[in-house]
Design a protein. Structure first.
Length: 540
């Protein structure tokens, strides 16, 4: 019986949590990390800054847990699916158009490779069947193609390309093996074909102009892959000194942050994953389901083999902007500045203040948005439309610029996110994936109005885990299994997941109201397509 550390590198911060073998959180800490935007749709980070933030977070989490570092037996890493480029001797290679040497990461949300993604999709290659038929510019292969074409000097310097979770494991252990999770979900590796490089499609790489990736037995992108919960290696002496924990402890294979969230939540209340959809809602949102057999859902990523639980298939829907969308809608409004200042002075969040305003406007908050509608594709539609070129809209505006008007924008945005989730669920059900329960984690799981609108709009029960750190818990589970505390992830989920609160949909008039607004949102998406087509016609 020991303690385990989960490390989560999100979009804006690196976090660490210390957990005991029953999944109890003993202490956490975090440190913000920078996002660099050298051009429109470019988002970059620094691996050196991220590792420094991890060092701080682990040391502080151990201190906050009031334990000795010597009690730590294993570590699990999760992170965003961002691209890290390294050269010889693991030196960083700049991915920036301004050649900033420290910026060696293309962040997941970077959309510089939209053109490359569209070009790849026109090949209709077999590997695309495992990403819902359409590859996203948020994935790594379009980004690699962009790098080769637009930064040839960086391309020539590059020795290895990593998904961020795998780079963290490599940094901690020196091991080159990759996880199955990242390459299968974001790199077109087909895990069901094997773990020793058999899953790469060299014909596909040749077709898109990346045949060089197959050189040296795919050394630059990986040729040995580990299932979730596998022991990747032992913590190196140098990393141990930096992190303040014993050298030689178990380091698990890495995992994408959303999948760590699913791991930490799908076993809540001691039930299996059947009928459950993990909704990991933060800056963006991921919707992850598990099935015994592969299910092909147009516009929904997957099916992915053994990326979450060994031997099972996963499908992943998502929204490219969730928390980021809410903040963008708020900050566009004339009343936002004063309300944020008030929130700062009162020690409350702007979201709490907006809910107070909504409460003053009427008894049934949901129905206040009857004449205010948001089409949520501000950063493209990840799924199920799978069209990154899309943009969003707000309908029903007047000359009102008061905080009450802002509150309506806020409410309609939460509802739009719920309708987008409903659209994903409908497509999953049509493909044979039964969904009746949402298990919600991430920052938006603390937003009661977001949760209620999701229950009512989708007709699904919503479960919120009692643990305040489900993503960190998922990573700690990886560390516990790698260290031998549990014989497999299923047993770790049963022993560490804990319980959660259940929110049931209200049905009746509320359900009918959301049905009408859902139709409005889908019509707005259709209309947006028509506007784009009209403007393309005018440009010819």
């Amino acid at each position: 019986m020991g303690n385990y550390i989960g490390v989560d590198v999100g979009t804006g911060s690196a976090r660490a949590g210390v957990f005991d073998s029953q999944g109890r959180c003993l202490g956490t800490a975090q440190k913000e990390i920078s996002i660099f935007r050298p051009a429109a749709d470019f988002c970059q980070q620094s691996s050196a800054e991220i590792w420094a933030a991890i060092i701080f977070s682990i040391r502080q989490a151990i201190k906050n847990a009031a334990i000795e570092g010597s009690t730590i037996l294993g570590i699990g890493f999760d992170a965003t699916c961002s691209l890290v480029v390294t050269g010889r001797q693991d030196k960083p290679v700049s991915v920036s158009p301004d050649q900033n040497s420290e910026q060696d990461i293309i962040l997941w949300m970077d959309h510089r490779a939209i053109g490359e993604a569209e070009e790849i999709n026109r090949t209709h290659a077999d590997v695309l069947n495992y990403v819902g038929g359409v590859i996203s510019p948020e994935m790594e292969i379009p980004k690699l193609l962009w790098l080769k074409r637009n930064l040839p000097e960086a391309w020539s310097q590059a020795a290895c390309f990593w998904d961020l979770p795998d780079w963290l494991v490599h940094k901690a252990t020196g091991v080159d093996d990759r996880s199955l999770c990242s390459p299968v979900c974001k790199w077109t590796y087909r895990g069901h074909l094997g773990n020793a490089g058999e899953g790469w499609d060299n014909d596909f790489f040749a077709q898109i102009g990346l045949e060089c990736l197959s050189l040296d037995n795919y050394k630059a992108v990986g040729n040995q892959f580990l299932g979730p919960g596998s022991l990747a290696g032992n913590l190196s002496v140098n990393a141990a000194e930096e992190l303040g924990v014993p050298a030689g402890i178990a380091v698990a294979s890495g995992m994408i942050d959303a999948y760590a969230g699913a791991l930490g939540t799908l076993g809540v209340n001691g039930e299996g994953s059947d009928g459950r959809l993990a909704v990991i809602a933060g800056t963006s949102t991921c919707h992850i389901s598990i099935s015994q057999e592969p299910c092909y859902v147009p516009g929904v990523w997957g099916p992915y083999y053994s990326v979450l639980l060994p031997g099972l298939w996963a499908n992943e829907g998502g929204q490219s902007a969730a928390g980021a969308l809410i903040d963008a809608v708020i900050d566009r409004h004339a009343a936002a500045s004063d309300l944020r200042a008030e929130a700062h002075c009162s020690g409350r969040s702007i979201y709490q203040l907006l809910e107070d305003v909504l409460s003053e406007l009427g008894d049934e908050t949901s129905m206040l948005s009857r004449n205010r509608h948001v089409q949520p594709d501000f950063h493209g539609n990840r799924s199920p439309l799978a069209e990154p070129w899309r943009h969003g809209a707000v309908d029903g505006l007047s000359l009102d610029v008061s905080r009450a008007d802002l509150a309506l924008d806020y409410l309609a945005t939460l509802q739009a996110l719920a309708y987008s989730t409903r659209h994903i669920i409908e497509e999953m059900r049509q493909a044979g994936i039964p969904i009746n329960t949402l298990v919600v984690s991430g920052g938006l799981a603390r937003n009661g109005l977001f949760l209620r609108e999701h229950a009512d709009a989708t007709g699904c029960a919503v479960i919120v885990p009692q643990t305040t750190e489900p993503v960190l818990l998922g990573s700690a589970m990886l560390g516990a299994v790698a260290a031998g505390e549990y014989d497999g992830l299923a047993k770790a989920m049963a022993g560490m997941s804990g319980s959660g609160e259940v929110l049931s949909p209200r049905g009746g008039k509320v359900a009918a109201y959301h049905q009408a607004k859902y139709k409005v949102m889908r019509r707005m998406q259709q209309d947006h397509s028509a506007y784009v087509a009209l403007m393309k016609e005018a440009a010819q």
